[in-house]
Design a protein around this ligand. Structure first.
Ligand SMILES: C[S@@+](CC[C@H](N)C(=O)[O-])C[C@H]1O[C@@H](n2cnc3c(N)ncnc32)[C@H](O)[C@@H]1O
Length: 221
């Protein structure tokens, strides 16, 4: 590959082929998180969620963590101010802003949910990453390229981590999914010679929450 070609961003076709997106099994919406949590091999490893927002998928995540794993923590990262930049059409900067109490109070009786409030760039510190250790599961739901890159660079997945993306793929092409979470993960895979197994995606026909894709990390250099 020439130097110029290396610098070009991946096309949709390249990303689909690289991540095997057109070959992935589709898992029904209702069982997606249960299936993922049952696949976790390290039942006591900590979980980390980047993008807590309106506590929708996050609540599901914590439900299955409590059901299928034990003695671990869920580290939760958000600054509550919504998207730091414009994202896809209809989702400008500030979308998903929410008063922190509306979410944090929900978990005030669950000491295993640990919030780190602020921009990822400030809150994903070396000491927090050391506390998380080898993450059993990482959930990335921050939508933007820059935010996803910050997460992967600062809190990288390791062999055995289940890595979930919430807005990875839009098969019908209604927005340019190639510019955000998928692009950041593609670049991370290239720079770390990552070996992974693409597991499945959440059923597309189910509606707007259908762009999630799950990966099992096998090796990181
Ligand atoms: C789609 S929402 C998350 C939805 C959430 N998973 C749920 O269960 O409702 C995206 C979230 O990512 C957060 N976010 C995006 N980039 C961020 C960054 N760099 N630092 C902190 N939070 C960020 C936003 O504040 C927003 O709450």
């Amino acid at each position: 590959m020439t130097e110029t070609a290396q610098q070009l961003p991946p096309t949709a076709e390249e990303l689909i082929a690289f991540f095997e997106l057109d070959r992935l099994a589709e898992v029904p919406v209702d069982s997606y998180y249960d299936i993922i949590a049952q696949m976790i091999t390290n039942k006591t490893g900590h979980w980390a969620a980047f993008g807590v927002g309106w506590n929708r998928t996050f609540q599901e995540l914590n439900r299955v963590r409590n059901r299928y794993t034990h003695n671990n923590k869920l580290f939760a990262f958000d600054w509550w101010e919504g998207l730091p930049h414009d994202w896809r059409p209809g989702y400008p900067k500030g979308t998903f802003r929410i008063p922190r109490e509306r979410v944090v109070n929900w978990y005030k009786h669950d000491e295993s949910v640990i919030f780190h409030e602020g921009l990822f760039e400030d809150t994903i510190t070396d000491s927090v990453v050391a506390e998380i250790g080898v993450p059993a599961l990482i959930h990335i739901d921050c939508d933007l390229y820059e935010s996803t890159k910050a997460v992967l660079d600062r809190c990288p997945p390791a062999a055995g981590t289940l890595l979930l993306f919430d807005e990875f793929y839009a098969p019908t092409g209604e927005w340019d999914w190639t510019q955000h979470e998928a692009k950041a993960f593609y670049e991370f895979c290239q720079s770390h010679q990552l070996k992974f197994r693409a597991l499945f995606r959440r059923q597309v026909s189910a509606g707007p929450l259908s762009e999630q894709v799950a990966f099992l990390i096998q090796e990181v250099v």
